[in-house]
Design a protein around this ligand. Structure first.
Ligand code: GAL
Length: 414
């Protein structure tokens, strides 16, 4: 659903019917898995410590598709929450509707321009003004591995290329394990496709095809190869994957049923909540072919204009999110890394330390690219259409050639 057509409805409802939430901070988010809920609880604690009442507006459904649908309904009915978890280009789309609060004052007080990496700050601004506050940096192109399962399967090392992947996955299956833990939901399908495309084509191709949506790059043989590779990976997923939530797929790695999962590092929140230690109980490795790249996914909150706007609640919320203490505890639970530049990483685990180092290195090398599966790269209409194509490909016998043609059409949606 496009945001733009909501304009009229918004204009007529916002003016009259917004209740004043002087000290009630209602926050829409989709953090409902074990690790996610622990992280959200830290945000609640922080808001309450500033004297506000937290009103939880959690909409289950990984990746946030359900949450976005519910958000649109709430806004159209003239009753938006104070803040909502919204990311990437959708921030600009909401801002263009004129419904967001301007966060420049608090941004100036807290020096966001020097606190945040420019690549992050740019996403948070609309026409030069801050309209969103970032929480973290997630890396999406991870492969989570159970080393014990590899060992029991006689596999010495996890695959580093997609060419190695097929043979290794087959070996794991012969030993009686599931090679790839996956949840058959469109956003999870797209998450796997994204890492496959990056591994097959590299960051330059990825940028052209999936960020710039360049028709020539999309129609290139590289995209064909990406779909062929996705088909190969699909073959190594189990028959019960349909509809499975991502955290249940992570649990299959945790309890030794499956060997590998392609998922962003919110999966690490599940390992952490289960008391598992990286390097020992599980491995965090870059997806095959993507070691020198980093697909970033930045969780952020937009704040809606309220009638009788209480800027104290807005400012308290935004400043809490970017405070040092919140960044430390939230990100350790969430699996992400702090979004503040120069944050001391000494108390973080090895995966987070690697992520922080790679974020800086790829920012210099050109390997840092936005995650399209997590709404960081494409207009929301194109993103939804592309996700649909990938998901139909995963759930049918569509040829790679047809998938490329459909992808090209989908990329033109606005
Ligand atoms: C992502 C989001 C993460 C994580 C994940 C699964 O889109 O950025 O914070 O929660 O979905 O729900």
């Amino acid at each position: 659903m496009k945001i733009r057509y909501l304009t009229l409805a918004l204009a007529s409802t916002l003016a009259f019917s917004l209740p004043a939430f002087a000290d009630t901070v209602e926050v829409l988010h989709w953090w409902t898995s074990g690790g996610e809920a622990k992280s959200a609880a830290e945000l609640k604690k922080m808001v309450e410590a500033k004297g506000h009442t937290w009103k939880d507006f959690a909409v289950a459904g990984g990746g946030g598709d359900n949450a976005m649908t519910v958000l649109k309904t709430r806004v159209v009915s003239g009753n938006p929450p104070l803040a909502a978890q919204v990311k990437g280009p959708a921030i600009q789309e909401w801002a263009a509707e004129g419904v967001l609060a301007n966060l420049d004052d608090i941004a100036k007080t807290q020096k966001w321009d020097t606190l945040l990496p420019p690549v992050v700050a740019n996403v948070m601004k609309y026409q030069g003004h801050y309209v969103a506050v970032p929480v973290n940096v997630h890396r999406v192109n991870w492969m989570w591995v159970n080393p014990e399962v590899l060992k029991k399967s006689g596999v010495k090392e996890a695959p580093k290329t997609w060419a190695e992947f097929d043979a290794i996955a087959t070996k794991i299956e012969k030993a009686g394990f599931i090679a790839v833990a996956h949840g058959g939901q469109p956003w999870q399908d797209n998450t796997v496709f994204e890492s496959v495309a990056l591994g097959v084509g590299g960051p330059e191709y990825y940028d052209k095809a999936f960020v710039k949506l360049d028709p020539a790059a999309i129609s290139s043989p590289t995209t064909l190869k990406a779909f062929d590779t996705l088909r190969m990976v699909r073959k190594h997923m189990d028959k019960d994957m349909s509809g499975r939530d991502w955290n249940l797929a992570t649990a299959m790695i945790i309890n030794g049923k499956a060997a590998m999962q392609f998922m962003g590092d919110w999966a690490k929140g599940e390992f952490t909540a289960a008391g598992k230690v990286p390097g020992k109980d599980y491995l965090c490795l870059a997806a095959p072919g993507t070691a020198k790249s980093f697909t970033f996914n930045i969780d952020s909150f937009i704040v809606f204009k309220q009638k009788n706007q209480d800027s104290k609640a807005t400012n308290d919320f935004a400043s809490a999110v970017l405070s040092d203490s919140f960044q430390e505890v939230f990100n350790q639970n969430k699996g992400s890394i702090p979004v503040r530049l120069g944050h001391d990483m000494s108390k973080f685990d090895a995966c987070a330390q690697k992520s922080a180092a790679d974020f800086v290195a790829t920012n210099k090398s050109g390997g840092l690219v936005p995650s399209f599966a997590h709404q960081m790269a494409q207009p929301s209409a194109a993103q939804g259409a592309i996700q649909d194509v990938v998901s139909s490909f995963m759930n049918s016998d569509m040829s790679s050639k047809d998938a490329v043609a459909k992808l090209l059409e989908a990329s033109k949606k606005r």
